[in-house]
Design a protein around this ligand. Sequence first.
Ligand SMILES: *[C@@H]1O[C@H](CO)[C@@H](O)[C@H](O)[C@H]1NC(C)=O
Ligand SMILES: *[C@@H]1O[C@H](CO)[C@@H](O)[C@H](O)[C@H]1NC(C)=O
Length: 293
Amino acid sequence: MHFNQMFAALAACLLVSAAPTPSIVDYAVRIEKRSVPDFLASVDEFNELHRAAQLSAAAYAGCSKGAFDVTIVQQIDNATTDTQGYIGYSPSWKRITVALRGSTALIDFENDLDTTLVTPTLSGVKFPIGAQVMHGIQSPWSSVHDLVISTVKSLIVQYPDYTVEATGHSLGGSLTYLAHIALAQNFPEKSVISNAMAAFAIGNAEFAAFGDSQKGHLRRGNNLGDGVPNDNPQFTHYGVEFYGSGTAASTVKCTGELDRTCSAGNNATGITLGHLSSFGVNVIFDGFGGCKN
Ligand SMILES: *[C@@H]1O[C@H](CO)[C@@H](O)[C@H](O)[C@H]1NC(C)=O
Ligand SMILES: *[C@@H]1O[C@H](CO)[C@@H](O)[C@H](O)[C@H]1NC(C)=O
């Protein structure tokens, strides 16, 4: 499906890839300089991030019946807001999965971002006073929120012992920041595990604190040299960041939201070559191999 668009987006990315990308050697030196003993990601954490990157890549590929280990039961596709993804379940991982697609015009959405803060309203979610998110995320998420919640609700009835998860890359990762809260609030009996890959921040500090207070947890999965996590510096990320270059051995668990040995210190902004890789997955191409159509 969107292959030509994706290819054009890739070409556009290559044109803007002159932004600073630290070399692997610089990165290794910085890793060695760190004193915190437990900063390397565990193999389990890396495997979670690698799988989340695969599921996110599959959302770009437009898989219809299955994506890697996930059996798809519902497409997410709102033409008005151009919000896509899929909902399914994974017997091997015992997960109920919501995967959200990133922008297919990667270079465009940077310009199109609507960062005006709004007070979000979503069924089943009680936001604290003062929490605000950018309209450019509230609008697409709210257009699919009710469908996602009703589909997940029926999957929970069928697979009551499964964990609920949300993931996506880039714009899909930023939508995950809101999806994680929406799911945790609507299904308070569940621990929600989410992976926001290569996401830009979407809300104010009150929103971020609300995200961190949900049952379950959210990981930020960022690739070496990616500038997108540094976009929207006026907003606050939440969750625990993991930063690496495609292998478990290179993936560190970061401290706080602005750890300068992680994305906040890579001095890049916007879409760089690093944005297209995620924990060993090429997000442009590798999703197609996981599709069952
Ligand atoms: C798509 O989103 C628009 C805008 O939020 C909404 O009015 C419409 O009902 C949605 N379409 C479907 C099929 O849910
Ligand atoms: C980012 O900029 C700072 C300040 O100029 C510099 O010390 C640091 O080495 C740079 N980081 C990378 C990854 O280039």
